[in-house]
Write a protein that binds this ligand. Structure first.
Ligand code: ADE
Length: 281
């Protein structure tokens, strides 16, 4: 597809999601829900619905469509098209039948119990997707929101990176006045503390995902909305003086620092530990 984005008929999305009925919701993100729908010839797809009343939402929509339209890789979600209805925009992707890694690892049913072999393969797929963004895209793409809920699994449990709303190209103007964003628990300490954003920020977040795959649990518990708000308003990139931190964020920073160390341990473990000799990624 490289560059051009097919326009999908909105009526078809409306009809095949049963007018966005909640039974067709696959997931929820910052700017809206993702629904299961189908296109002509009964091709099952996933459709992200974005209410684009705010400039931020509009920017995220355009950003994601622009970037994904230029990218084709087996470990990155395929963009199939987009659509609109007034202020509402839709992005149509390939359907990933096994949902997100987060749901597989931490979801309510804990049904799938990923085997060690599957976890190794998911780690490898994720690394391949990231490597493609960092090493083979020109200019390089920084995803900026690497986390288990943005790693999707197809019917064969192949992993693909998704949600490029926050992604930026390395060296772009927008990188210079970037607002702190991403997901707490996955933010690299140098980014959280000094606003230093590089492709290594994604690598740090990938380390946290490795920990999730290894430990089977989230390394950092969810924060209360008030805590998140306090961090977001405080932690602008220009603020580098740790002594100015409100006391509420201190434990979070400490957790994140600890994770840096754990990440190194985890990375070494993933590379070295082979619990069953037959498993070779
Ligand atoms: N959730 C978000 N995007 C998805 C997709 N493409 N397939 C399945 N579930 C999703």
């Amino acid at each position: 597809m490289k560059g051009s984005v097919p326009i999908v008929d909105y009526k078809q999305i409306e009809k095949t999601t049963n007018n966005f009925h909640e039974s067709n919701i696959l997931g929820e993100g910052g700017f809206g829900c993702v629904y299961k729908a189908h296109l002509d010839h009964n091709l099952d797809v996933a459709v992200k619905k974005l209410q684009c009343e705010t400039q931020n939402a509009q920017r995220e929509f355009e950003n994601e469509v622009n970037l994904l339209s230029k990218i084709q890789h087996p470990n990155i979600i395929s963009l199939l098209g987009c659509s609109s209805d007034g202020d509402t925009r839709f992005i149509v992707y390939e359907l990933m039948h096994n949902g997100s890694l987060e749901t597989q690892l931490h979801g309510p049913s804990h049904g799938s119990a990923l085997t060690w072999h599957m976890r190794m393969k998911i780690a490898l797929d994720t690394a391949r997707g990231l490597e493609y963004l960092h090493e083979h895209c020109h200019p390089a793409v920084i995803h900026r929101d690497m986390k288990s809920s943005n790693i999707l699994l197809d019917s064969n449990f192949n992993a693909k990176l998704s949600d490029f709303g926050l992604a930026i190209t390395d060296g772009s103007q927008s990188k210079k006045n970037i607002k702190l964003s991403g997901t707490l628990g996955y933010l690299a300490p140098e980014y959280l503390l000094d606003g230093k954003l590089t492709d290594k920020s994604d690598v740090y977040a990938f380390g946290v995902v490795l920990l999730e795959l290894l430990l089977g649990r989230k390394p950092v518990e969810k924060l209360a909305p008030a805590q998140c708000q306090s961090i977001v308003t405080w932690a602008m990139p220009q603020l580098t003086d740790r002594s100015k931190l409100p006391s509420i964020v201190d434990p979070v920073i400490k957790n994140t620092m600890d994770l840096k160390h754990l990440y190194q341990v985890a990375a070494v473990a993933v590379l070295c530990v082979q619990p069953e000799p037959s498993y070779r990624p």
